[in-house]
Design a protein around this ligand. Sequence first.
Ligand code: NAD
Length: 416
Amino acid sequence: MTDIETNNMLESTQLVIEEALQKLGYGEDMIAFLKEPIRLLTVRIPIRMDDGNTRVFIGYRSQHNDAVGPTKGGVRFHPDVNEMEVKALSIWMSIKCGIANLPYGGGKGGIICDPRKMSFRELERLSRGYVRAISQIVGPSKDIPAPDVMTNSQIMAWMMDEYSRIREFDSPGFITGKPLVLGGSLGRESATARGVAIMIDEALSKKGIPLQDARVVIQGFGNAGSYLAKFMHEAGAKVIGISDVNAALYNEKGLDIEDLMERRDSFGTVTNLFKDTITNEELLSLDCDILVPAAIENQITADNADKIRAKIIVEAANGPTTLEATRIVTERGILLVPDVLASAGGVIVSYFEWVQNNQGYYWSEAEVDTKLREMMVHGFNQVYELHQTRHVNMRLAAYMVGVRKMAEAVRFRGWV
Ligand code: NAD
């Protein structure tokens, strides 16, 4: 990702927040306050590598706003991590938490590194070093991290252990996405896809399309995309297209999802095993009922928005559709369920994990699923209703719902 693209990601988020606050009747002071994170910490983490040399890694933790409660959001390990991206992602987390009515503001963290080129022990030292570096500003009632791109339950376990050692008491509520034996929640791993599937149900019912035999196209076959393909297949829909970073697979009769799930690698790549492929660009313009971008940002742009033939777009990925493309597809009558609503399943079940940790009492997977559905459907209804009554697109409606509680909390606290 280039700096300009990252800037755009932050700028476009700020544009929508500004418009949302204006429509809600807030003035320039509130806009100036909520457009930027309240806190951004940059840390330098020296790590002894396996070859004996020390390497210094740069990490960030951004906290958008803590008026509602502690901040919450994942930690990303990726070579492209940068300040602008972490800031934008922390703002998106605030909006997601607001839509789901969680008692949190948004946070996000990241380290510039490539975990694919690091050993298991180097990754452990880096995870622990990051927690030591940010320990002053995080904690179960301050800021609660979670997994994100290229971080997983093992990394969460090391981070939880390091924090518990620093504080000298066991602190499972410091971080979510942990392994089950360390206080993780049932249903957390597939929560994002489960939430996206619930949003697909709601969007289909608005469009009067039955799920049975509905044609689904999913870009990306990682955590979000592959579980979603599985859920759609199990529910009787026809997954006619999937893709990964290399290429895409298409079969109008429906792909064999169980086989693809078994053969994909841990980075969500599978198309390299097939000869007969199409491109990601071709995948996006397939004739289908539901298109789910579940890979990376900026995939549906002003260049290809006219070619989309789906009736519904449900954004599992963060930022896959640009603002201009949002305008184009909305004008074309395509129902777009935006990222800040559609991909909130992960943070909702992270919240459940934190609640279970705080209570010391653990729920069944059925209980997690029922409560997740309740929250996602409530969020969808609020956004859809505002979209209809205020005649704004679904993205702006989602931001209006998402930022409202935070702005109210800021006002009641007397900060602005
Ligand atoms: P992942 O790393 O598990 O999988 C990503 C998938 O996208 C892989 O199949 C990869 O090959 C593919 N991909 C990568 N670059 C691509 C490109 N240029 N073109 C097409 N495909 C490409 O990631 P994930 O956890 O499934 O996350 C996917 C998206 O969903 C991200 O935007 C992420 O921020 C968002 N998201 C994920 C979660 C979650 O809980 N996993 C929660 C909220 C949002």
